[in-house]
Design a protein around this ligand. Structure first.
Ligand code: URA
Length: 482
């Protein structure tokens, strides 16, 4: 801790944050208080509009820190945990976080002490907030409402337990980019018009429409995907507590589906249709072994060699192509044929070392048309279903590598990462934030350049180089030193 004497504050310091999830405000004030050496028990924290009466006994002013004060020591992990924990609705959270920050100055290893009361409290806050975020992602249901202009618009009502609305915005924008929607909650609302996200005031349940054609479709879908072979009633109720059911159209189907589950399970086993849902591979080597024997789609069954991803297992950048080609398949390495050479050259020109990235493909086997002995096998595009089946492997790689930025080359790669088809031309060169915080950047597949005539090729090469340049600059921001 720095050696500055505590300022002579006769009263406690009152800090009023702008909003219940104002992490930036808390962080900035906590840093100043720390530099002023104001001990945790001399600070009263509150949120604008929710101030407690005894605040009036406190000084409303936190002076600036002395310019020569040493910067506080703040481990990255603490900031990550504090950012989540602050979203909890418990009124003591700001004080707890400041107390921990204060104590960390003398005990940098404090967070490793699982027996410490403050550390345990923070863990509990973070766990609860994460669960609330998960529930919102899983159980929020949009309903279609008709607008005067005839355009489709969707509205969802949700009651989060904690202050997670803003923190969840990127997930919903990313998942439902092409829809116009509003999420209404008692704490505030979010409105997305397909391009811009706006915040609005708290809402009441009656403002979200109930019952609509989309609801009927959703129920049909839910009944179809409800997998009786995986039904565990206790676990289901724990995972999907009854308090969420009232906003979920499919919930009214559950009792009947449970009742019929046994019979449906037997029927499913008879049909041999049980889906393969296995544990995630624990390593990239296990992914490579898994894809070598994967026969979950027709391409996997075509007798070719699977091509695993390669590169740095701790890469900050993951590059997803479409599928191995005629050159890659026999040698079992991605991006070593003509399109791969274009990619590697362009990456280097953009300042990205391909060896330090994780290079992989949306589809792990080569799909081709066989034109007879001695002829080069002709590449065929994978179908959406084939990409979706292989997606499980790409996700497994992503969970292991944990890249900060993913570069998707072409439409198949974009579908593999997002789970839906998007327009490469309209999304290229822009960032999309994924649910784990990684950024997705989409551009064309380099094989496209090889198919163009000379004139068009030059222009497109420049556009490709510009896309890579933007992604590379962003990567350097996200992961300095790459
Ligand atoms: N094209 C791809 O998408 N991936 C490869 O590995 C090679 C060419």
């Amino acid at each position: 801790m720095n050696a500055q004497p505590a300022p002579d504050l006769a009263e406690a310091c009152a800090v009023t944050l702008d909003a219940p999830d104002d992490f930036a405000g808390w962080r900035e004030t906590a840093r100043r208080l720390l530099q002023l050496r104001v001990p945790p028990d001399r600070v009263v924290w509150s949120v604008a509009g929710e101030e407690a009466g005894d605040l009036f006994a406190a000084s409303a002013f936190v002076p600036d820190a002395p310019t020569d004060a040493a910067p506080p020591r703040v481990p990255r992990r603490f900031l990550d945990l504090a950012g989540k924990g602050l979203l909890h609705s418990c009124p003591d959270r700001f004080a707890l976080l400041y107390r921990l920050l204060w104590r960390l100055q003398d005990r940098p290893g404090l967070l490793e002490d699982a027996a410490d009361r403050d550390v345990r409290s923070l863990d509990e806050l973070v766990r609860t907030v994460r669960r609330d975020i998960h529930k919102m992602r899983a159980f929020l249901r949009f309903r279609a409402v008709s607008e005067e202009d005839g355009a489709e618009h969707y509205v969802a009502w949700f009651e989060p337990q904690h202050h997670i609305l803003r923190a969840s915005a990127a997930f919903f924008v990313n998942r439902f980019t092409t829809m116009r929607w509003a999420i209404l909650t008692p704490q505030g609302s979010l409105h997305w018009d397909g391009e811009v996200l706006r915040e609005g005031p708290p809402a009441r349940r009656e403002q979200a429409a109930g019952g609509d054609p989309a609801e009927a479709l959703w129920k049909e879908y839910y009944a179809a995907i409800f997998n009786p072979a995986r039904l565990k009633v206790g676990a289901m109720l724990k995972e999907m507590p009854r308090r969420y059911w009232k906003n979920m159209p499919e919930a009214e189907l559950i009792p009947a589906l449970i009742a019929g589950a046994q019979a449906r399970e037997s029927a499913m086993v008879e049909r041999g249709a049980a889906l393969f849902v296995g544990p995630r591979p624990a390593s990239l080597a296990a992914v490579a072994e898994g894809i070598a024997t994967c026969r979950r789609c027709a391409i996997g069954c075509n007798g070719t060699r699977a091509v695993a991803g390669e590169g740095s297992a701790r890469a900050e950048l993951m590059i997803v192509g479409e599928q191995p080609g005629d050159t890659e398949e026999p040698r079992g390495r991605p991006f070593i044929g003509p399109a791969g050479q274009v990619l590697r050259t362009r990456l280097k020109a953009a300042g990205i070392d391909p060896e330090r990235a994780w290079l992989t493909n949306a589809v792990k086997h080569f799909k081709f048309e066989d034109r007879g002995t001695g002829k080069r096998r002709l590449h065929q595009n994978p179908t959406a279903r084939e990409i979706d089946v292989c997606r499980w492997w790409v996700e497994s790689e992503r969970l292991l590598v944990r890249p900060r930025l993913i570069l998707a080359l072409g439409a198949s790669a974009a579908r593999s990462v997002l789970g839906r088809t998007v327009s490469v031309q309209s999304l290229r060169g822009k960032a999309m934030v994924l649910e784990d915080g990684a950024e997705l950047w989409i551009t064309i597949h380099p094989s496209y350049l090889l198919r163009l005539g000379e004139d068009a090729r030059e222009t497109e090469e420049q556009r490709f180089a510009a896309d890579l340049g933007r992604a590379a600059a962003r990567l350097r921001e996200l992961a300095p030193g790459v």
